[in-house]
Design a binder for this molecule. Structure first.
Ligand code: ATP
Ligand code: MG
Length: 313
């Protein structure tokens, strides 16, 4: 890794504290390589694990499968994922990662940046820019099929990342055309919410919603373009067509939260109790006020809610 000690400390230490020393120890000892990519496995995983997100399932399946199959893609794959809290934005990155890397999200080749955590101080933006550039360059030079996830991108850092997303042959001898960049954001959630609610009110099937329904995709990037907080970084990406896919995550309905509770029971090795799962799901808050169709927190606090219904042994 071409990086200075401070740089290593800056990024590795927080990760080490978060993951635990033994996880880090494991990461360096296990075989941390690529899986042999199989689009059927990705499809099965997406369809089985991710509820209520047919646009995301289709788009991610096609985009990632095509990208993984190409021997010499023209540029890095860039996905911009939008939606309200708890609808599966981080979760889909986990699904993608576990279908590409043997260690999934724990792979050394997957790098997640959380804006408020990794880049907290405005006055240190210049240093972050330099470190981020070196980090991306160093890691891709070491392992071209690296994945970078930005959870709520910091506006100042986009110029740093932009060259890596572009149609450039190489930057200082390194090609970025096998790397994957994923941006997660709440931006545009109200547009996605309105379109989904409109479909529901008209009695239309949710699965009929497409990325361009009621101009959703255009509305999202117009919003990104004009929003003062996000426009700065998004506008240059939009202008230069560097984002390959905008992926709206729809708000989740009761039946999806119910599926999340059932899945959670499975993860906890509990007997899956349909009625109990229904009670737990029903107990979550829903919006809008009159119709109460969509879960305010999506599936985010399902596990905590479930604990309240369990009998202590
Ligand atoms: N659509 C979904 N299908 C299946 N499980 C889901 C879905 N959405 C959320 N979950 C469950 O809820 C958990 C929290 O979701 P996740 O972290 O992906 O939310 P998010 O969209 O990133 O929210 P936030 O914007 O608050 O970060 C996931 O780990 C997963 O277990
Ligand atoms: Mg998230």
């Amino acid at each position: 890794m071409k990086s200075g000690t401070f740089f290593v400390l800056f990024f590795i230490l927080p990760v080490a504290t978060e993951a635990g020393f033994w996880d880090i120890f494991d990461m360096f000892n296990k075989d941390d390589d690529l899986l042999s990519f199989n689009s059927k496995d990705l499809e099965n995983d997406l369809r089985k694990s991710l509820f209520g997100q047919h646009i995301a399932v289709d788009t991610v399946l096609k985009a990632v499968s095509w990208f993984m199959r190409e021997t010499d893609p023209p540029k890095a794959l860039v996905l911009s994922i939008h939606g309200q809290t708890g609808v599966g934005k981080n979760y889909i990155t986990k699904i993608i990662a576990r279908n590409i890397y043997k260690l999934g999200l724990k792979s050394n080749h997957v790098h997640t940046f959380i804006s408020g955590y990794h880049f907290p101080h405005e006055e240190m933006a210049e240093m972050y820019e330099l470190q981020l550039r070196q980090w991306i360059h160093g890691n891709v030079s070491n392992f071209p099929r690296s994945m970078f996830i930005f959870d709520e991108m910091h506006p100042r850092l986009i110029d740093t990342i932009k060259p890596f997303l572009d149609y450039t042959d190489n930057i200082d001898g390194v090609s970025f055309n096998k790397a994957i960049f994923i941006f997660l954001s709440h931006t545009g959630e109200h547009i996605i919410g309105n379109v989904t609610l409109d479909f529901w009110r008209r009695g239309c099937n949710r699965e009929e919603i497409q990325i361009q329904s009621e101009g959703m995709e255009t509305q999202i990037f117009e919003y990104l373009f004009n929003d003062k907080n996000n426009g700065f970084w998004h506008s240059s990406l939009i202008n230069q067509h560097l984002i390959d896919h905008y992926i709206p995550f729809l708000p989740l309905e009761l039946k999806h939260v119910h599926q999340c509770v059932m899945a959670e029971m499975g993860h906890l090795n509990m007997t899956q109790d349909y009625d109990l799962a229904y009670k737990v799901a029903k107990d979550m808050p829903f919006f809008p006020e009159e119709e109460k169709v969509f879960a305010v927190k999506g599936c985010k606090t399902v596990r905590q809610k479930m604990v309240l219904y369990l009998k202590l042994q």
